[in-house]
Design a binder for this molecule. Structure first.
Ligand code: NAP
Length: 375
């Protein structure tokens, strides 16, 4: 990339607060052979900024459409259309009428009625619609992942008209995919990510691990090293999404790293983030007897023998064959920790996921007593 363009991105990103975390800006990115005109429905939360940042680095033009509420100071240099995905609210989608783009990236669709509204309105004026769905849109997603491919059937709902996203997030995404496909047959890219991790992830589900290791002390590790984890670095996802637009790839793609032993994530956290600490693997059944539950107290981990392990064993082979690449785990850990440490002190005080230090310590003490009894 010519220096003046990189400087522009660096300075505009600095204005937007983006250099506070390591994203794509540190990598050498070549411009795409043909710049695209891309509309992003959303763009200012977690996945959106990484996608926009990467697209800009590739030389594409971006327009943002959102309500102007989330991180509204991001990307001051970009054209913005203010509106609502819901045609019944405020200006609705009117700002999009009659305008043309090469492609749309929809990171913010959760309700089929709204995805239908945007895809129907944009169908005559865009070539490709990229919808960010989820890996859990499959039927029996959590049970039947083992090397699951895109051919598995989608989840269904008794009442497909429901808009209760909290209750039916996964199945509603399946219906959103169908709504986009109905409006633009053969022109939709359905992106189905697993857990998205990395800088800017406000859930702290993955972030917990590098941060916990970095804090040191007596650290509880769940189950055993060959239990499983699976996720996708947000930057790999963003890169692949732009790749599908550049190559006009349509159809559905699972987006996850290959299933990894949980011990590999542990080793990476030790290497990258940890002062000298004491580590104790606590068996899964003891955790459950002591009210420690996966996805409430412990994230990113599944006991290999449990039914929940299927959720972390999906296959992205189709996307890999189409060009998906993976950031090394050490870099994901390192950049996530660096990003978290760049946040205001108040935000760093309490992680939003994982066990409290008090509960961790209580369970470790209980396990120590149990082991003494067994000895
Ligand atoms: N996190 C995970 O592990 C995970 C896993 C699988 C799939 N996914 C999917 O990945 C996507 C990630 O989303 P993200 O939040 O990171 O995307 P994002 O594009 O970075 O942020 C969401 C954007 O949507 C806009 N928005 C929200 N409601 C809106 C409305 N009613 N009308 C117009 N704009 C609206 C927000 O801006 P305003 O508030 O200003 O409107 C914001 O710009 C989601 O589709 C999610 O389902 C996530």
């Amino acid at each position: 990339m010519p220096l003046d363009r990189r400087q522009f991105i660096l300075s505009s990103s600095a204005a937007a607060g983006l250099v506070a975390f390591p994203g794509f800006l540190t990598a050498g990115i070549d411009a795409a052979s043909r710049p695209l005109n891309i509309l992003v429905l959303g763009g200012t939360g977690f996945l959106g900024p990484h996608t926009v940042e990467y697209a800009l680095a590739r030389g594409h033009k971006i327009t943002l459409f959102n309500r102007g509420r989330t991180n509204k100071d991001l990307f001051p240099e970009l054209p913005k259309i203010v509106g609502d995905r819901d045609p019944d609210k405020g200006k609705g989608l009117t700002g999009l009428q009659g305008k043309q783009w090469d492609a749309v990236i929809d990171t913010s669709g959760y309700v089929p009625r709204l995805v239908e509204a945007s895809s129907r309105l944009l169908a005559p004026n865009v070539k490709q619609y990229l919808f960010v769905s989820t890996i859990c849109q499959y039927d029996n997603w959590a049970e039947g992942g083992t090397n699951g491919t895109e051919n598995r059937p989608p989840a269904t709902l008794e009442d497909p008209k429901t808009e209760d996203v909290r209750q039916h997030y996964c199945a509603l995404k399946a219906y959103c995919e169908k709504a986009a496909e109905k409006s633009m047959p053969g022109r939709v890219t359905q992106i189905r990510p697993g857990l998205i991790v990395g800088p800017r992830d406000k859930t702290d589900r993955f972030t917990y691990w590098p941060v916990r290791f970095n804090r040191g002390g007596k650290i509880l590790l769940p189950g055993k090293p060959d239990d499983v984890t699976q996720f996708i670095d947000v930057r790999d996802l963003a890169k692949f999404m732009i790749h599908t637009l550049e190559k006009n790839l349509t159809g559905s793609f699972n987006l996850v790293q290959p299933t990894m032993p949980f011990g590999k994530l542990v080793e990476s956290c030790k290497k990258v983030a940890a002062p000298k600490s004491e580590y104790t693997w606590v068996p899964a059944d003891f955790l459950s007897q002591n009210d420690v539950q996966p996805w409430r107290d412990i994230h990113m981990w599944a006991d290999k023998e449990s039914a929940g392990a299927g959720a972390l064993t999906w296959s992205s082979q189709k996307a890999i064959d189409a060009g998906l690449t993976f950031t090394p785990i050490d870099k994901t850990v390192e950049d996530t920790l660096a990003w978290f440490q760049s946040l205001p002190a108040k935000r760093q005080e309490k992680l939003r996921a994982g066990m409290s230090l008090e509960k961790e310590s209580k369970v470790l003490n209980a396990w120590s007593l149990e082991k003494n009894k067994m000895a």
